[in-house]
Design a protein around this ligand. Sequence first.
Ligand code: AGP
Length: 609
Amino acid sequence: MCGIIAYTGQRQCKELLFQGLRKLEYRGYDSAGLSVLSNGHIELVRAVGNLDSLEKELEGDGCTGAHAGLGHTRWATHGRPSTANAHPHLDCTGKISIVLNGIIENYQDLREKLTAEGHKFTSETDAEVVSHLVEKHYDGDLVEATRLSIGEISGHYAFCVIHSGHPDLIVGARKECPLLIGVGEGENFIASAIPAFLSETRDVMVIGDDEMVVMTPDGVQILDLDKQPLDREITRVSWNADAAEKGGYETFMRKEIYEQPDSLTDTLAGRLPAGGGIVLEELAIPDKELAKIDKVYIVACGTSYHAGLVGRYVLENWARVAVELDVASEFRYRDPVLSPTTLVVGISQSGETADTLAAMRQARSQGARVLAITNIMGSQATRDADGILYTRAGLEIGVAATKTHVAQIAAIQLLALYLAQIRQTMDPKEISEVAAELKSIPDLMRNYLKNEASAYEIAKRYYQQPFFLYLGRGVGLPVCLEGALKLKEISYIPTEAYAAGEMKHGPIALLDKGSPVVVVANDGHVYEKVVSNIEEVRARRASVIAVATEGNERIKSLSDDVMYIPRTSEMLSPLLSVVPLQLLAYYIAQLKGCNVDQPRNLAKTVTVE
Ligand code: AGP
């Protein structure tokens, strides 16, 4: 939530900061702003709304000529979206400016104390207290003032600060919110995520929790909170800067849907060797320990949770291990029963979701082994886990997750096969058969996407409907949950997703003539049961939109519309059956004129609980 960028160097910073914010806009777009160090004073420009509004404010001379400054794009937590609540914030003197991502939990107390000491607040945000704290502690040394301020705040945060008396100095700090350094030549960047500076440098340094960074054009120093310098390696990232561009597609979401076959190829690469077996190199938890695992506990949020739900079916089916699953925000406040033989799997695209990280930490403190499935190298999840399984889906900008979801499903399928191999719950021949089929999915998906034509036609027929019900059984259920989430988050149409067998226990009351009911009805052991549920829907004269297996002609007579996917074995089918539901949601949202890449109120990375 919220994107931060800072620059100091020889070049004019206005455009660099603004372009950096463009790459961070997925983190929030309630307001945005820049503050730059300009001829001994701070120049501040802010605007409500997404970056287009800030761009207008910056037209002309605003912020021109400066060589160091801060940028911020906001997802509102404390205080509604307004210019006053937009970052950057200033102190009372106008000499200090900060940008912050996260939450200062004790901000009320601090605000009262600072107000009593004479500080004047101009916003309703928690973040503004940091600028006043730095002002209070400033005595010519910005690093020390920042350090003393950190000592007074609690919560989780990443922030950067500048002072008009230090024309090329940026000081930053982080605790449980992302902040990275982009190391250049004669210039340096700090940002919430790598894409913000990827077009300028690929050399990255990670800032750890409870660490500070002191940055000038000539160097970067990382300090602990006693101001002791810390060694930190520079990593060269291999991402392509073009990955953050739309590459000819009208939206990032559409591009990412169409990138899914390539992402999946990357997820599987090297992990299913021709000689047989499953190879998961970064797993880092010894096979001896994995063999003793008697329970897998999956924790995640949103779309990642839906991938975890698919995980439950494949882990039970292939690895014959007991699986529990919870949304991370519930898990962290329960009293889960864990032991050293529990494997807790935290799934998080960003590796920065506050609830998932808290759940993983809690699991570790209770002695469980923790594995992170994530897309982001070096993210916090990778540091809070015993082992890692990267999804390797490439950069995803669209707020609605698509390619990372499919990659998460494949990653958990790989994990299930790996555990099956260690636990000998499948024989090597069976594993090789599933592995061979898994390898064939990217091509099946590529072909499917090339020829897909029904989703748009169906979207045209139903996009004005006020409500959609999604029904599925077995591995079709998580697919429905994901399809329903996609539609509601980008089109704002209310949706419900239910286990098809539960429909008659309540949701059937919602159905009326013509109500659209999306049913995942792939061939498999629960297919006939799903057909019975379709009959129940039809008896209420609701409209059935089925996702079915290619070659199933009978489904046509049972449904108003069918979206066929290529035939696969049942446990692999979610990889494909989620795709028509992504497309359906996409086209409906487009037809309704919604901004699919920036759905209202959402942020891609939820670093607050
Ligand atoms: C996906 O479309 C969502 N916007 C959201 O549910 C997301 O999956 C969730 O916030 C979890 O994020 P993570 O995978 O980065 O932890």
